[in-house]
Ligand binder design. Sequence first.
Ligand SMILES: [Zn+2]
Length: 175
Amino acid sequence: MKCTQCGNTSFLKDVDFPFDNSEGARFARTYKIYVCDQCGHVEHFYTGPVEANKEIQQLEMEFKNATAVTKSELNKLSRKQSDMNSKAKHAYNKETEKLEALISDESITVALHKKAKDDLAELKNYKFEQKLKMCGLSLVDYPDRRQIASLQSQINRQEKEHQDNISNIKRKYRN
Ligand SMILES: [Zn+2]
C-alpha cells in the first residue's frame, strides 16, 4: 500500500478504530485504518474478503469434522456390501463352472450326468441369500440398504446446508 497523499509506504497500523460490524450483521463491513507515519494521512481498507475467507475456512473445517464419522460409516458399509457381493458371485460362478464341466464330461455315468444337470438347474434359481451361504456368509450380516440410504441422505443434507452457509458468508461480506 501507498499513501495516496505523499506516496510513503510505511503506516501506523490499526490506529484505534478498526471498524467491524460483522458480528451478527446481515451485511458485514470491516475496515482497517492505517495512518501514514510521514504525513498523517488516514487510509482505510475494506477487509471483507479476508474476513470472509477466514470464516469459510473455519466452516470447511467444521464441515469436514462433522461429516467424517458419517462418511467413514458409509464407506465401511459400502465396502462390506461390495465385498459380500463379489464373494457370493465368485462362489456361484465357481460352482456353475464345476457343474458345467461335469455335464460336458463324457466319461461320467448317466445318473451322475443327470444329477449335475439337476443341480445346475437348481443353482440357476438360487436367491442371493443362498449364494451368500455358498461362501459361508449370511444375509443377516449384509448391510442394510435403508441404513446406507439414510447415511447418504444425511451427508447430502449436511452438504447442502454447508453450501448454503458458504453462500451466506459470501453474501454477508459482498462489497
Ligand atoms: Zn503520507
